[in-house]
Design a protein around this ligand. Structure first.
Ligand code: 5GP
Length: 141
């Protein structure tokens, strides 16, 4: 398997070189909104450790990542009044991965509404800002 490339987009977000609509952060994880959401509230959760795929992360860091993902998913379901929830995680091009820093997708779902195809719709920054604030507030409440 290829090694970790520190120039991937999410590594740049972690280093503050690219901006993101932050939802949550702790010492091991960072969460922000997807700029091309497949559904309103499409949120990404990433480890701060430089890991490429699910296969590379330390088990304790993975356990923490999943706990944080569940916490944010619960907030997302509330904020977006979701009827359901899709959690996705892709590894390597053959597995559908496009950005090579491990990440988990949180996708709040509404009955009968299909996911938009990946990378087909770029959300307005003001909309993402508002959604990120709502999610961050729900996580504190
Ligand atoms: P993957 O297929 O690797 O699991 O998904 C990568 C995700 O990253 C896609 O959903 C895509 O929309 C999202 N994405 C790509 N570039 C950026 C970016 O610069 N900022 C943010 N917030 N998301 C991005």
């Amino acid at each position: 398997m290829p090694s970790y490339d520190p120039n991937n987009i999410f590594a740049k977000i972690l280093r503050g070189e690219l901006s993101a609509h932050k939802v949550y952060e702790d010492d091991k994880t960072f969460s922000f909104l997807d700029i091309m959401p497949r559904t309103p509230g499409h949120t990404l959760v990433i480890p701060k450790a430089p890991v490429r795929t699910f296969l590379d992360i330390a088990p304790d860091d993975l356990a923490h990542l999943i706990k944080v993902t569940q916490r944010i998913a619960r907030a997302a379901v509330k904020v977006f009044a979701a009827d359901g929830l899709t959690i996705q995680q892709f590894n390597e091009p053959a597995g559908g991965q496009v950005v090579f820093h491990l990440h988990v997708h949180i996708l709040p779902r509404q009955t009968g509404v299909p996911l938009k195809p990946p990378a087909t719709f770029k959300e307005d920054s003001a909309v993402l800002s508002d959604q990120a604030l709502k999610l961050a507030a729900a996580l504190k409440g």
